[in-house]
Design a binder for this molecule. Structure first.
Ligand code: SAH
Length: 352
């Protein structure tokens, strides 16, 4: 019989499982509260459950818990990067950022990634596997426990392509935002995608109030294909149609992410074209100065080019922000901490 990942069950599913076990129905809510509100790491901590029941759970339902194997704190802004070991030994990284309006956690949705974006460190070794709902939730749970501070915002912008792990993502979003768990408001959750068009249409049907962010990064199909292989599958025109549809269905405007790569996509002409795409959709543009990775020779646009780009968008009445570079001093770019750790492991070195 296939083992059930008990921490990935919604409350309804857990009720069914408890019934199958022949246990009292009210145990489901108790157990759910321990896992998703009190965020425990073991059955032992569930002190109001009978010992025999805990013993049975321990034997039959291994509890998914992530172990922090590294924690780095930025000296500049207090941002923390966590490297977590999954139950099977795979590693994922997550980031904790402190803002005036609350604490935000950026989580990974897959181990590795198969999208192949040219500037991204997460995809260099391809996809290892999808994360389970419990493994996405646990990144947030462990961070809330380790920092001792409430998490109010979640962004699915770490390693992996969330819409390439669609079913697990939906369960995760449901469990993260529903009233029986951490109950984070859907409006405080952002999911970032490289633009898998059919999944954007599927997601629209869910009518969630989350923010969907689209990694655009270029304004012509030709330029986009040079940066993102996914652009060979979907044209920008199709993407824009999907964005319009998503807005119509959910009432939520799509945010565009645009990583500025020096000499590649940062000219005034690019800015003009980007305004032409964002304007009709009322989309907010988030500019990300590219974070260079050593495996590729992309460079960041210089400060003047970045400011000029932003001004050009603003002249066209586009709402634009430059993403603050949080934690630059701690292996900033997605997937870099994990890679560095694994490289060291392969060389037999250990950092303490
Ligand atoms: N798969 C999702 C999440 C990726 S990470 C997506 O494609 O949206 C979140 C954002 O950071 C994406 O826009 C991604 O393209 C961008 N990104 C990844 N590596 C980067 C780097 N080295 N510098 C700047 N932006 C990067």
């Amino acid at each position: 019989m296939e083992q059930v990942d008990i921490r990935s069950l919604t409350l309804e599913q857990l009720k069914d499982e408890i019934a199958r076990m022949g246990e009292k129905p009210f145990r489901a809510a108790q157990l759910y509260g321990w896992m998703h509100v009190k965020l425990v790491e073991s059955y032992e901590e569930m002190t109001n459950l009978p010992a025999a029941f805990r013993e049975r759970l321990y034997r039959e339902y291994p509890l998914t818990v992530l172990k922090a194997v590294r924690e780095q704190t930025s000296q500049i802004d207090g941002t923390k990067k966590f490297l977590f070991a999954l139950p099977d030994g795979n590693l994922v990284e997550s980031v904790w950022m402190k803002y005036k309006h609350g604490n935000s956690v950026c989580i990974s949705s897959q181990v590795g990634c198969r999208m192949g974006c040219k500037f991204c460190a997460s995809t260099l070794d391809g996809l290892e596997r999808n994360l389970l709902p419990s493994e996405m939730l646990e990144q947030i749970y462990r961070i809330q426990k380790l920092t001792g501070e409430r998490v109010s915002n979640v962004v699915v912008m770490g390693s992996g392509e969330p819409l390439d792990n669609y079913e697990n993502l939906l369960v995760f979003l449901h469990m993260l935002t529903d009233e029986h768990g951490l109950h984070i408001s859907q409006r405080n959750v952002t999911v970032s995608t490289c633009g898998i068009v059919p999944k954007m249409y599927e997601l629209a049907k869910e009518k969630l109030q989350i923010t969907l962010a689209l990694s655009l990064h270029a304004t012509t199909d030709e330029k986009r294909r040079a940066l993102m292989p996914i652009a060979n599958r979907y044209r920008i025109a199709e993407l824009m149609e999907a964005c319009g549809h998503y807005f119509k269905e959910t009432g939520r405007r799509i945010t565009f992410e645009y990583s500025l790569v020096g000499g590649v996509n940062d000219t005034p002409e690019d800015a003009g074209e980007l305004a032409g795409l964002a304007g009709p959709l009322g989309s907010h543009v988030n500019l990300i100065p590219v974070n260079p990775i050593k495996e590729r020779n992309f460079t960041q646009s210089d400060r003047r080019a970045i400011d000029r780009f932003k001004n050009n968008l603003e002249k066209n009445k586009i709402n634009v922000t430059i993403r603050r570079e949080m934690g630059r001093d701690i292996d900033g770019a997605c997937g870099q901490l994990r890679r560095r750790h694994m490289e060291k492991d392969r060389r037999g070195e250990r950092e303490e």
